[in-house]
Design a protein around this ligand. Structure first.
Ligand code: ADP
Length: 400
């Protein structure tokens, strides 16, 4: 039997999922996990689908000096023992930026890596780590096929107007334009919605990916026509630690009047804002919901209001709304937040069934609601595995 691996490599963590391939069935999740704390005190954990712990490993000396490459080798050693003789036939990677060129997942070669290197300035916090993992695996396992799956790709064909910032056109031509992210999540949701409610999937739908990072995607017939993230993943909704849309004049003020350096402003906007900044307590929605502090309540209220307000913006792009889909950590597990956002959209004819909202979905709106509301768990790792298999060849799936 064979296997494929999905990887999502960040600056301090590597998330992974191992899928086994058997006959003509869809890839089956065998284990998922992460290595966290890279550069400080790494820890490798993995679980089965049922939640049973397969490994929970720290390094005896703390492991602060271990690089991504060292840890990937340890991960592969563990995966080899877990997979018990199954051959890993390919690795799929989440790559944050595909720029204007890459609208589809691609098999990695040197030319592609060179082209993706050039996009690092567009996503300096993510892209270099994504590419470093691909290169590390090229060295560890030369010849193993790798596939790059882009978070921007799903938004690639949105209307030209929705790609433009109102800045001089020469800058647009240099790549300073609205791309959009969370594309693997939205692609998965579009596919699931087509299975759950094919009629709705053909209509006007807003998907709300509400996790630590958060965005909305306006979909028409399953295709992205607008989204709240733009040039970077800082734009749009309020997030765990990111500010979302902000008056650019405030950013200039921080630099010119408050004399903050570009690096300080970057840290402020990416790591100290959002739920964390407004509450002064935590970036974690669960912690805020559990808190009695008025600042926690204000942060939650702002999160919900901003989300509803951005839904309003996407309504203009869609020309109305047939369905609203919640996904990701908060979207899937936060009935209070769903209820608050939908409450602000009641004027649209959205009526939530609070009993269904407290349950597992997928449908959480009342039968008479003019707009259907659903909860659909996302699965970016599976999307990566699916793309990877498609490119590497399905004949592997049946080979034993
Ligand atoms: P990431 O973007 O890092 O993948 P997730 O999609 O896992 O993040 O979402 C993390 C967020 O989901 C956190 O704010 C967390 O508090 C929130 N979350 C998880 N479970 C719940 C819950 N039961 N109720 C509300 N929020 C939750």
């Amino acid at each position: 039997m064979k296997a494929v691996v999905s990887l999502n490599s960040g600056s301090s963590s590597i998330k992974f999922a191992l899928y086994t391939l058997d006959a003509s069935r869809p890839p089956e999740l065998s284990a998922s996990g992460k290595i966290e704390g890279i550069g400080i005190a790494p820890r490798l954990t993995a679980r089965t689908v049922a939640g049973e712990t397969l490994v929970d490993r720290a390094w005896p000396d703390g492991g602060a000096s271990l690089t991504h490459s060292d840890l990937l080798k340890d991960l592969f050693d563990w995966a080899a023992s877990h997979l018990d003789g199954r051959e890993v036939i390919a690795i799929g990677h989440r790559v944050v930026h595909g720029g204007t060129e890459f609208a589809e997942p691609r098999l990695v070669d040197e030319a592609l890596l060179g082209a993706l290197d050039k996009l690092c300035p567009l996503a300096p916090l993510h892209q270099p780590h994504n590419l470093a993992a691909i290169r590390a695996i090229n060295t560890l396992q030369p010849g193993l096929p790798q596939v790059a799956c882009f978070d921007t790709a799903f938004h690639h064909d949105k209307p030209a107007l929705a790609t433009r910032l109102a800045i001089p056109r020469a800058l647009h031509d240099q790549g300073i334009r609205r791309y959009g992210f969370h594309g693997l999540s939205y692609e998965y949701i579009a596919g699931r919605l087509a299975e759950i409610d094919p009629g709705l999937a053909k209509g006007r739908v807003i998907a709300a990916h509400l996790g630590n990072g958060a965005s909305l995607c306006a979909m028409l017939d399953g295709k992205s026509i607008d989204t709240t993230m733009g040039f970077t993943a800082l734009d749009g909704l309020m997030m765990g630690t990111r500010c979302g849309s902000i008056d650019p004049g405030a950013v200039l003020h921080l630099q010119t009047q408050m004399e903050m350096s570009a690096a300080e402003v970057e840290t402020l906007l990416y790591k100290q804002s959002g739920l964390l900044g407004v509450s002064g307590l935590s970036s974690d929605m669960r912690a805020l919901l559990a808190s009695d502090a008025p600042e926690a309540e204000e942060a939650i209220a702002l999160f919900a209001w901003r989300a509803a307000r951005e839904v309003g913006a996407l309504l203009a792009s869609l020309g109305g709304l047939d369905g609203l889909v919640f996904t990701a950590g908060i979207g899937e597990n936060g009935p209070d937040i769903r209820s608050r956002i939908c409450g602000r959209l009641a004027w649209l004819g959205i009526e939530i069934d609070e009993l269904a909202n407290a349950g597992n979905g997928p449908l959480i709106s009342l039968p008479d609601s003019r707009v259907k509301v659903l909860v659909i768990p996302t699965n970016e790792e599976r999307m990566i595995a699916t793309h990877t298999l498609k490119l590497v060849g399905r004949e592997h799936e049946t080979a034993r």
